[in-house]
Design a protein around this ligand. Structure first.
Ligand SMILES: Nc1ncnc2c1ncn2[C@@H]1O[C@H](COP(=O)(O)OP(=O)(O)O)[C@@H](O)[C@H]1O
Ligand SMILES: [Mg+2]
Length: 294
């Protein structure tokens, strides 16, 4: 029994907040549209994309956006060469090896997902250059994937009716991301994800780390207040909360204003996020920690 549970994907924590987004996104996917979850890092986009894909009940194909991609990384290309081993039937000790230099066409993940009707998760798709993603335009709109001439296939591959696509992206001001093409954005329904609500962050901490409700809530309050007051809009708090929560749990630290270890932990996780405003951040953090119970 335990092995089965371990083999399952990480537990998705459902709250009123996640249920509302899940319901909207699922509705669009069921009607055949691609869904795009957009928001700062750490808002739960990848986790939600996996959850939605698992609810679709089809095999899942995962692609991570990459600046080095070109269209063959999504569609496929000619790779390797066939290697034939010929055993001479008459003289058994003779083994002839022939190399056939003709390269073989290999479907890449988008082609496979379109052909078989899988659910594609294209995580952080705007890390890939826009031209690498061009094949998606006709796949999403006309339900046809245009195959390159050297694929030895017909010119178009008809997209399987159960093919669905879920995209995630980080805002354009992040380093290493490209501006998504308007044409592609036009073909998907974008849901902007902000930071989850307090209840959701608390429940994720309880479920993922095993903290008590009151401890989880204290950590969520400190981290959220720190981020808000310093106006660190690009740094949602979920990852910081999980880091602090895990160390508190594993090292049995007290979530208290009197615990020097807890104070040092919060400083280590949070102050680097204040950038050049270290002094201001340090003062603010001390003030927030002083408000915790002893
Ligand atoms: N609904 C959820 N249930 C459980 N864990 C979650 C949930 N949402 C987010 N998390 C956790 O929070 C962290 C950040 O979420 P992630 O999906 O990676 O964010 P993003 O893709 O927006 O950067 C991860 O450790 C993830 O496991
Ligand atoms: Mg992600």
């Amino acid at each position: 029994m335990a092995t089965v549970l371990q083999a399952r994907p990480r537990q998705f924590v459902n709250t009123a907040y996640t249920e509302r987004i899940t319901r909207r996104a699922l509705r669009y996917l069921q009607s055949g549209f691609a869904v795009h979850l957009r928001g700062p890092s750490g808002t739960g986009k990848t986790t939600l994309a996996m959850h939605l894909a698992s609810l679709m009940g089809r095999p899942i194909m995962l692609i991570y956006g990459d600046d080095r991609f070109d269209s063959s990384d999504l569609i496929g290309g000619r790779t390797g060469f066939t290697h034939r081993r010929v055993v001479d039937n008459y003289i058994h000790s003779v083994v002839k090896t022939e190399e056939d230099l003709q390269q073989r066409w290999v479907d890449a993940r988008l082609t496979l997902a379109c052909r078989e009707g899988f659910t594609l998760i294209y995580d952080e798709f705007n890390r890939s250059r826009p031209e690498a993603n061009n094949a998606l335009l006709s796949a999403l709109e006309e339900k046809l994937l245009v195959m390159p001439p050297d694929s030895n296939r017909s010119e178009y591959l008809r997209v399987h009716p159960q093919f669905r696509a879920i995209f995630t992206s980080n805002p354009e001001e992040y380093t290493g991301v490209h501006k998504a093409q308007d044409a592609l954005l036009d073909r998907m329904i974008t849901i902007d994800m902000g930071e989850p609500d307090i209840e959701t962050e608390k429940e994720i901490l309880i479920s993922r780390v095993g903290l008590s409700g009151p401890d989880a809530l204290k950590i969520v309050h400190v981290v959220r207040a720190f981020r808000r007051k310093l106006d660190l809009t690009q740094h949602p708090s979920l990852r910081s909360c999980l880091m602090i929560g895990r160390i508190v749990k594993e090292h049995e630290l007290a979530v208290s204003k009197n615990s020097a270890d807890f104070r040092a932990l919060c400083a280590d996780v949070l102050l680097a996020r204040a950038g050049k405003r270290q002094d201001e951040g340090s003062q603010l953090l001390n003030h927030l920690l002083d408000q915790l119970p002893g």
